[in-house]
Design a protein around this ligand. Structure first.
Ligand SMILES: Cc1cc2nc3c(=O)[nH]c(=O)nc-3n(C[C@H](O)[C@H](O)[C@H](O)COP(=O)(O)OP(=O)(O)OC[C@H]3O[C@@H](n4cnc5c(N)ncnc54)[C@H](O)[C@@H]3O)c2cc1C
Length: 417
C-alpha cells in the first residue's frame, strides 16, 4: 500500500474502506538470523535498515508491550544537529540528513517540521559558548546563526527578554532543527520493516539471553525460546536490566524525564526554544498544544511517571521566560525512563559475547537519533564493523577514558547530563 495525495483523495471519495493495517502482527518463528530486543524507535529503525541496506530479511523485533509504546511515543519530538563535540557532531549531522529524506524513503508522513531550534544565552559567558558551539556546528557542515538581543526580540516578541535575573542576551538559531510526529516515526519504520519481511512481534518480553561458549544462541521470551545468530539489545530505559541477562553490568542509570502539554491554542510559538538558565524548552504542536519540559527528576527510577517538585520547577522556568503561557491550562503530563550514561553520550557497540550487540545510553536526546542510530547499528550488526559517524560510541570508553564525550560538561553524574 503506497501513500500519495491521489490515494488520500480516492479513499476520501470511497468511504476510506481501502486502508489496511500498516504492518503484520507476526507470531514468532523458532529461529532468526537476527533478533532485535525492543520495538521503540531505535529497534524499529535498526530492523528497517538491516533489511533495506543489508538485505537481511529473516529478522524479528521482539517488543514486550506494543510497538512505539516506550519513549519513542513519549518524547517532546525535537530533532536537531547542533551538537558541539567531535563524535557527537558527526553522528547527529548524519542523523539529520537521514531525517530530511525520511518521509520519501519510508513513504510515510512523519510530519517533519524544520521550524528552527533556538538556544538562548543569558550572559556574556553563555554567548561566548554559543558562538563556539555555532562555529563547531558550521565546521561540521551544519547550520548555525548567532543572533543578538534585537534579533531575538524581533523573532520571539513574547519572551521576557528584560527579566532582571535572566536577561536574554541573544541566541543560537539552528534553522534545520525542528520537530517530527513521534508516533508516525515508529509506525513508518515498522511499516517499512514489515514490508521487507521483518517479523514484528508484540507482547513478547525477553526474559533471558542464551549464550553457549561465549556466543549468543538465542533468547528466552514469554512466548517461548527463539534461536538467533545475532541479537541486538535496544531497550532504552530497560537496557541495564536486559544486559544483565547476558551477565553485563552497564555504566547506565535509569532516570525519569517528564513532559507537559497545554490545551490547544492558536499558533503562537513558531520555533523550538530552549532557556539557557532554567533548563526549560518549549514548542507548539500542530494540534496547538504547547509541549514543554525541563530537567530529569533527580533520582533513579523505573517508574514511567514523575514527581511534583520537577513539575513545579518546569512551570516556574516557563513563566519566567514566557509569562503569557501562565494563562494556558496544562492538559496532561507524563514521564519516560531515560538510560543515562556518565558522559551523556550513547553506546553503539559489540559486547564481550560473540553475536550480541548493544545500542543504549541515549539519555533524553534519543528521538533525534532514531534514523542515525538504526542506520549505524544495522551496519555494525550486519558487517561487524563500526559505522564511521558512530565510531566513537564505544562501551569501553568508560573503562579507558578515551573518547569520552561530555557534551554538557557536567562530569560523571548521570542525572546532570
Ligand atoms: C518526556 C521525554 C521527552 C523527550 N524529548 C526528546 C526530544 O525532544 N528529542 C529527543 O531527541 N529525544 C527526546 N527524548 C528521548 C527519546 O525519547 C529516547 O532517547 C528514545 O526514544 C529512546 O529510544 P527508543 O525509541 O528505542 O526507546 P523506547 O521507545 O523506550 O524503546 C525501547 C523498547 O524496549 C522495550 N523493552 C524493554 N525491555 C524489554 C524486554 N525485556 N523485552 C522486549 N522488549 C523490551 C520497551 O517496551 C520499549 O518499547 C525524550 C524522552 C522523554 C521521556
Amino acid at each position: 500500500m503506497r501513500f500519495s495525495g491521489w490515494r488520500v483523495l480516492r479513499e476520501g471519495l470511497t468511504g476510506n474502506k481501502g486502508w489496511g493495517p500498516h504492518w503484520r502482527d507476526a507470531t514468532p518463528k523458532p529461529e532468526y538470523d537476527a533478533i532485535i530486543i525492543g520495538g521503540g524507535g531505535h529497534g524499529l529503525s535498526t530492523a528497517y535498515y538491516l533489511a533495506k541496506e543489508h538485505g537481511m530479511r529473516n529478522i524479528a523485533v521482539l517488543e514486550k508491550g506494543y510497538l512505539g509504546g516506550g519513549n519513542v511515543g513519549r518524547n517532546t519530538t525535537i530533532v536537531r544537529a547542533n551538537y558541539f563535540l567531535d563524535g557527537n557532531s558527526q553522528f547527529y549531522s548524519h542523523s539529520l540528513k537521514l531525517w530530511e529524506g525520511l518521509e520519501q524513503d519510508l513513504n510515510y508522513n512523519a510530519m517533519l517540521s524544520q521550524r528552527g531550534v533556538i538556544m538562548l544565552g543569558h550572559s556574556d559567558g553563555q554567548m561566548d559558548n554559543l558562538a563556539r558551539r555555532g562555529n563547531s556546528i558550521r565546521g561540521q557542515g551544519d547550520d548555525a546563526e548567532l543572533l543578538g538581543k534585537a534579533e531575538i526580540r524581533a523573532l520571539l516578541p513574547y519572551l521576557n527578554a528584560d527579566n532582571t535575573r535572566f536577561p536574554v542576551y541573544g541566541g543560537l538559531l539552528h534553522r534545520r532543527g525542528g520537530t517530527a510526529r513521534h508516533d508516525a516515526v515508529a509506525w513508518g519504520y515498522a511499516r517499512g520493516a514489515s514490508d521487507r519481511g521483518v517479523d514484528l512481534i508484540q507482547q513478547c518480553e525477553v526474559t533471558g539471553i542464551d549464550i553457549e561458549n561465549g556466543r549468543v544462541t538465542g533468547v528466552q521470551t514469554t512466548r517461548g525460546a527463539i534461536k538467533a545468530k545475532k541479537v541486538g539489545i535496544v531497550t532504552a530505559g530497560r537496557s541495564g536490566q536486559v544486559a544483565a541477562m547476558a551477565g553485563m553490568r552497564l555504566p547506565i542509570e535509569s532516570h525519569v524525564l517528564q513532559a507537559f502539554v497545554s490545551e490547544g491554542l492558536k499558533p503562537c510559538i513558531d520555533h523550538v526554544i530552549s532557556f539557557g538558565m532554567g533548563h526549560f524548552y518549549i514548542s507548539q504542536s500542530d494540534k496547538g498544544g504547547l509541549v514543554f519540559g525541563g530537567d530529569l527528576d533527580f533520582y533513579a527510577s523505573y517508574a514511567a511517571r514523575g514527581n511534583l517538585p520537577m513539575a513545579e520547577h518546569v512551570m516556574e522556568a516557563g513563566m519566567t521566560l514566557i509569562p503569557m503561557i501562565g494563562k494556558a491550562r496544562v492538559l496532561r503530563s507524563w514521564g519516560g525512563i531515560m538510560d543515562m550514561t556518565p558522559d551523556g553520550s550513547p553506546i553503539i557497540d559489540k559486547t564481550g559475547t560473540e553475536g550480541l550487540f548493544i545500542n543504549c545510553g541515549w539519555c533524553y536526546g534519543g528521538f533525534k537519533a532514531v534514523p542515525g542510530s538504526g542506520y549505524s547499528f544495522a551496519h555494525l550488526m550486519a558487517t561487524g564493523q563500526h559505522h564511521a559517524p558512530a565510531a566513537n560510541y564505544r562501551l569501553d570508553r568508560f573503562r579507558t577514558g578515551v573518547n569520552l564525550m561530555d557534551e554538557e560538561g557536567t562530569g560523571a553524574q548521570h542525572n546532570l547530563h
